[in-house]
Design a protein around this ligand. Structure first.
Ligand code: NDP
Length: 270
């Protein structure tokens, strides 16, 4: 029998996840069906029950705006999801229980370090934003032992709180955009500013020589942040499509026990 999965969000029409997971299934010969389901913003809990009991799904991915809400509703989570404060992958177990995980961090780090050969160890990393996406990537980034991870956010107190929360894992500090110092090797944009075609206020001397700039947002054309990075001398600019495919691969592996070839799918999407 075909096993069913889905991504839930609101809105969800734009999602590339069904395309990605269908490609993974075909490539690995798995009998899997994957759809996109829009869930009303005020009906998450009842929707989860319906997805499990009526649609009989085996698992779901979760996107904006539900990642943190799902985290709050689940008792059973992986350690990385527990830390992240957000769940992007869920398993409906045979006994009806639900297990939450977060694959965003591993997705970003794999895209940076494997697909784009970006060195993180000993580097100065700036993370812009302190929302769900930023939270999910902090622990995995610190795992690479950067010299410093600075989290900068429009609401400075949120970045400071995140730095406090993760400071047992490495050298992390937080503040507002005004607190950003020059000379970062890797700058990761996890703000939603690109969605409005905006760039956070950044100093002109932000980038060190050979710097890499990564925008979690992806688009057929350069995002506002990628344009800014090119104008300010970034050696490498990368958008978030690779992160999307890598986090999906990790979720697929969790559900199916096989790791798909992400390169083939990325090439198809580009
Ligand atoms: P959240 O809504 O949780 O957080 C939004 C963040 O952006 C906050 O830090 C907010 O600051 C900041 N922000 C919003 N507007 C502006 C602005 N105009 N100027 C400066 N800062 C701003 O969103 P997520 O964390 O879930 O997502 C962030 C981005 O990452 C989105 O573009 C999303 O599409 C992308 N993403 C990509 C993924 C991928 O696989 N490629 C996976 C997950 C996310 P404040 O706290 O002050 O409000």
């Amino acid at each position: 029998m075909t096993d069913k999965y889905a991504v839930i969000g609101n809105p969800i029409k734009h999602s590339k996840s069904p395309l990605i997971h269908s490609a993974f299934a075909k490539q690995t010969d798995q009998d899997v069906e994957y759809s996109a389901i829009e869930v009303p913003v005020d009906a998450l809990q009842s929707s989860l029950i319906q997805l499990r009991d009526i649609l009989k799904l085996k698992g779901i991915n979760i996107t904006v705006p539900f990642k943190e809400q799902v985290w709050q509703q689940l008792d059973n989570k992986s350690e990385r999801a527990e830390r992240a404060g957000a769940v992007n992958t869920l398993i409906f177990n045979e006994d009806g229980s639900m297990f939450g995980d977060n694959t965003d961090g591993v997705g970003l780090c794999r895209d940076l370090t494997v697909n784009h050969a970006v060195e993180l160890k000993g580097k100065r990393i700036l993370l812009l934003g302190a929302g769900g996406a930023a939270r999910g990537v902090i622990a995995p980034l610190l795992g690479y032992e950067p010299a410093e991870l600075f989290v900068a956010n429009r609401t400075a107190s949120k970045a400071e709180a995140l730095a406090d929360l993760f400071n047992d894992l490495g050298h992390i500090n937080g503040g507002g955009f005004d607190d950003i110092t020059p000379g970062f090797d890797v700058v990761i944009n996890a703000t939603a500013a690109s969605l409005q075609g905006e760039v956070p206020p950044l100093p002109d001397d932000l980038l060190a020589e050979h710097a890499t700039c990564y925008d979690m947002m992806y688009s057929d054309n350069d995002t506002a942040f990628i344009s800014w990075a090119k104008q300010h001398g970034a050696a490498k600019t990368i958008d978030g499509l690779g992160m999307l495919v890598e986090q999906a691969a990790e979720a697929f592996h969790l559900w199916r026990g096989v790791m798909p070839d992400t390169q083939a799918v990325l090439q198809k999407l580009r």
